[in-house]
Ligand binder design. Structure first.
Ligand code: FUL
Length: 474
C-alpha cells in the first residue's frame, strides 16, 4: 500500500494538471503488471538433462548422473544477458522430465543426484548470485508436468508442486515472473494430472504477491498463442478467461494472439521464442541460430506490438552460451541502439495537437504524461511538422496504459511536399506500437484516432528512419 500510494497520487495530480478529470478505463494493470511491461525484453534459459540427451522432451527416466555441465558459468549467461539489453533471466528450474536444477527436498531426481560438482552444485543458487551481480531480474519455469515424480498423476502431486513452489520462492526469490507451462502428460500413453491451479494461484499470491504469473491464460501474463515470437496486430492487453482452463481448454491461439477488445481481465501477452529451432541445446543447430536481423524483426513484432519478448538462449553441454548465440545477441543490441538512437523529432520538427500548444508530454519520454484527444475523434489530431522534408519509415506511439487501453483504431497520414499522401490504418495502440513502412519523405505527419473506447490518450509520439533492410512488409 505504501508503495502504491505515491503512484496513485501522481496519477490523480497529473490528471488534474492536464485540466480535466479523465477516468481510467477498466480493466487496468496492477502496479506489478506495469513494472513487468517496462522490462520489455529478457532471456529464457532451457537447461537440464535434455541438454545432454539431445532431446526436447525428456521422459523422466534419464539417469540424473548424465547432468554434468563441467564449465557451467551463470555469470557468463548474465554478462551476455546484460550486454544484449535483456532485463532478466527465466530458467527451467524443472522441465517436463522432472529433473530439478536445484537440490529440492521434494524430489530424488535433482542436481544432488547428478555427477556435477559431486552432487553439491545448485544452478539456481549460481544464477541468483549472478543475477544479483549483474542487476538482472530472475524468474523461474517450474513445469507442472513431471515425467519422473512418483506422485505425478495422483492428487498428492499437487501438494508436491506447491511445496516446490514455496521452496524455490523462499530460497531463490525475489522472482519477477513464474512460468506455468500448460503441458500435461502429452502423448498417447502420457499420464495425466488434474492440476489444482486454484491452489497453486492462492499459494503464489500469498508467498510472493508481486511475482507475475504466466500461463496460457494468465492470471497476470498470457501466452501469445505461438512460439515464434509474434504478437497479434492488433494486440489487446485484455482477455476473457471465464469458462476456459489452462492447457487444452484454453481460448483459441488466435484469441491468445490478439486478446479480447472488451476482455474483462488485464492480461498482457508475452512472446516466448527460441533463438534456435529447439528450446534445448542441440549441437547440430549451431548454424541455425537466428541472426541479429531476424531477432530485430521479432523485437518489432513483440515489443513493437505491446508485448514482452522472452527470448530463449539454451546453454550447451558445458553449461555455457555458445559464441553463435552470443554473437547474435550482441548484434541485436547494436541494431536496437543504432536504429532507435536518433529521434527525428529532436531538432527537426514541431509537434502539436490541433489547437493545443503544450504537447511536450508527447515527447518527454514519460509514460505517465499524455495528451487527451477529442472524444468525437474527428476534431483533434496530432501533427508533426518537419522543418525540412525528412525521410522516415518508422513511427512509435504509446498509450498511457495505467489509464487502460483505450484507442480502438487510428490512422497515420504522411504528407510529402509534392502532395502525395501515405495513409496507414491500424487498430489499437497499447503500451508500445512500432509501426514500420517503406521509407517516405515527409513534410507533415497527421495521427488521428478514429475510434476509442473512452477519451483517447496518447503519451508518446516518436519518428525514426531505421535501416531499410530491417523493414518487412506485413
Ligand atoms: C512448451 C514446452 O512443452 C516446451 O518444451 C518449452 O518449454 C516451451 C517454452 O513451452 O509448452
Amino acid at each position: 500500500m505504501q508503495k502504491i500510494f505515491p503512484f496513485v497520487l501522481f496519477l490523480i495530480i497529473s490528471t488534474f494538471i492536464q485540466g480535466q478529470k479523465i477516468e481510467p478505463l477498466k480493466p487496468l494493470p496492477t502496479k506489478s503488471q506495469l513494472d513487468w511491461a517496462e522490462l520489455e525484453f529478457y532471456l529464457f534459459v532451457h537447461f537440464g538433462p535434455n541438454t545432454f540427451t539431445n532431446l526436447e522432451w525428456g521422459h523422466g527416466t534419464e539417469k540424473a548422473e548424465i547432468f554434468n555441465p563441467e564449465k557451467l558459468d551463470c555469470r557468463q549467461w548474465c554478462r551476455i544477458a546484460k550486454e544484449c539489453g535483456a532485463k532478466g533471466v527465466i530458467i527451467t528450474a524443472k522441465h517436463h522430465d522432472g529433473f530439478c536444477l536445484f537440490p529440492s527436498k521434494f524430489s530424488n531426481h535433482t542436481v544432488a543426484q547428478s555427477k556435477w560438482k559431486d552432487g553439491k552444485g545448485d544452478v539456481l543458487r549460481d544464477l541468483r548470485n549472478a543475477c544479483n551481480e549483474y542487476e538482472l531480474k530472475m524468474g523461474l519455469y517450474l513445469s507442472p508436468w513431471d515425467g519422473n515424480h512418483p506422485k505425478y498423476g495422483t492428487n498428492e502431486y499437487n501438494k508436491v508442486f506447491v511445496d516446490m513452489m514455496n521452496e524455490v520462492i523462499e530460497n531463490y526469490g525475489p522472482l519477477f515472473e513464474f512460468w506455468w507451462d500448460g503441458a500435461n502428460g502429452e502423448g498417447p500413453s502420457g499420464k495425466k494430472q488434474v492440476y489444482d491451479f486454484a491452489l497453486f494461484e492462492r499459494t503464489i499470491r500469498e508467498v510472493s504477491p508481486s511475482t507475475i504469473v504466466f500461463s496460457d491464460i494468465g492470471p497476470d501474463v498470457r501466452w501469445v498463442g505461438n512460439e515464434s515470437g509474434i504478437a497479434g496486430d492488433p494486440n489487446w492487453n485484455l482477455l476473457d478467461t471465464a469458462g476456459f482452463e489452462r492447457g487444452a481448454l484454453a481460448p483459441s491461439t488466435d484469441t491468445l494472439n490478439h486478446g479480447n477488445k472488451y476482455g474483462k481481465n488485464w492480461i498482457q501477452g508475452e512472446c516466448d521464442v527460441s533463438i534456435r529451432p529447439g528450446w534445448f541445446y542441440h549441437k547440430e543447430e549451431n548454424e541455425k541460430v537466428k541472426t541479429s536481423e531476424q531477432l530485430f524483426r521479432l523485437y518489432l513484432k513483440s515489443v513493437g506490438r505491446g508485448a514482452n519478448l522472452l527470448l530463449n538462449v539454451p546453454p550447451d553441454d558445458n553449461g555455457l552460451f555458445t559464441m553463435y548465440d552470443s554473437t547474435s545477441l550482441i548484434g541485436l543490441k547494436k541494431l536496437v541502439d543504432e536504429n532507435f538512437k536518433t529521434s527525428l523529432l529532436d531538432y527537426n520538427s514541431t509537434v502539436s495537437v490541433s489547437n493545443k500548444a503544450d504537447v511536450a508530454m508527447l515527447t518527454d519520454k514519460n509514460l505517465l504524461t499524455y495528451v487527451s484527444l477529442d472524444k468525437r475523434f474527428t476534431q483533434d489530431y496530432i501533427q508533426v511538422k518537419f522543418k525540412k522534408p525528412t525521410s522516415i519509415n518508422c513511427i512509435v506511439l504509446q498509450e498511457p496504459i495505467q489509464m487502460g487501453q483505450r484507442v480502438s483504431s487510428f490512422s497515420i497520414e504522411i504528407e510529402n511536399a509534392d502532395g502525395s499522401i501515405l495513409e496507414i490504418k491500424k487498430h489499437t495502440i497499447g503500451r508500445k506500437r512500432i509501426i514500420t513502412f517503406p521509407a517516405k519523405t515527409a513534410s507533415v505527419i497527421k495521427i488521428k484516432v478514429t475510434d476509442a473506447k473512452a477519451t483517447p490518450l496518447v503519451s508518446t509520439v516518436d519518428v525514426f528512419k531505421i535501416d531499410d533492410s530491417l523493414i518487412e512488409q506485413d
